[in-house]
Design a protein around this ligand. Structure first.
Ligand code: MN
Length: 278
């Protein structure tokens, strides 16, 4: 039987987490060396497995910071366009804080400087995929990055700037820390979970959306404090994000949201873009 284009798995780019040389976990008494003395780009296994379980093929996209003075002389700042052309969709991984500079603020605390290099790289990547009309999904930092890229702002630290909020991150518990979310009636996300008004998700963030970017709709909130937990672009292509980490939700766990319909919806949008109905 003749193989068709549709048999090929969807190729989903995943933005890289970045290890900087200064973070090197050296052996006591030994100078940092080897690969840890270099910048390393990495993909978290749980994100890769989440996409593989959904039937897609994840591909990590290395970081290129088009504004870096260290950019090698023969690398075009537009090189990330290759990925937007070659891949079918994009997932923005979780990770470090978004830098306050990226939304026009200065850090309120020395620890909240974020990762400006990664911001610039991911904003370039996001724009390239949106320009190509290819779907984008953001996880945690990814949701925040999308909001900032489209003109929104963030709370640099929820506890400081929204003192009545519940805990959205508990150090030491990581993905075991859970809270309720409430779907916004009539939203796309609510439509994927018929009859489910509230659910329980993990929560591993100390930043959150302050001002929602123009052109975005809120799809879920934390009912205890109103914090935004999911967004969707109202523009011409698929751009969405969630503040929780679906890659840590085990569908076999009855206590947390089985958010596989959300991944399936994203991948269906990716497939529709790749294979428009004849
Ligand atoms: Mn939360």
């Amino acid at each position: 039987m003749k193989s068709t284009h549709a048999d090929k798995p969807l190729l989903i780019g995943v933005s890289a987490r970045i290890h900087y040389p200064a973070d090197s976990p050296g052996i006591p008494g030994m100078p940092f060396g080897g690969v840890w003395s270099k910048t390393v780009h990495y993909l978290e296994q749980s994100v890769a497995h989440w996409l593989l379980a959904g039937g897609a093929a994840p591909v990590m996209v290395p970081a290129v910071d088009s504004q870096s003075p260290q950019l090698r002389s023969d690398l075009s700042p537009g090189a990330l366009q290759h990925y937007a052309l070659a891949l079918d969709g994009l997932v923005l991984q979780g990770g470090n804080d978004v830098a306050p500079q990226s939304y026009g603020e200065e850090p309120l605390h020395a620890d909240w400087h974020g990762d400006r290099v990664r911001d610039l790289y991911e904003i370039d990547l996001l724009r390239a995929f949106v320009a190509a009309g290819k779907p984008v999904f953001g996880i945690c930092r990814g949701l925040q990055l999308i909001n900032v890229a489209y003109g929104g702002t963030l709370l640099q630290d929820i506890n400081t700037q929204h003192p009545l909020a519940r805990e959205h991150r508990v150090l030491g518990q990581y993905e075991k820390h859970l809270h309720s979310i409430e779907f916004v009636a009539g939203s796309r996300l609510a439509g994927l979970f018929p009859g489910v008004a509230r659910a329980t998700t993990n929560s591993i963030h100390h930043q959150g959306i302050k001002a929602l970017a123009p052109g975005f709709a809120v799809e879920a909130r934390c009912p205890e404090d109103g914090l935004i937990e999911a967004i969707h672009w109202t523009g011409p292509s698929f751009v969405a994000g969630v503040q929780w980490h679906p890659e840590f939700h085990d569908p076999a766990n009855p206590h947390t949201l089985d958010d596989r319909p959300m991944l399936a919806d994203f991948l269906a949008a990716v497939r529709r873009k790749r294979e428009p109905a004849a």
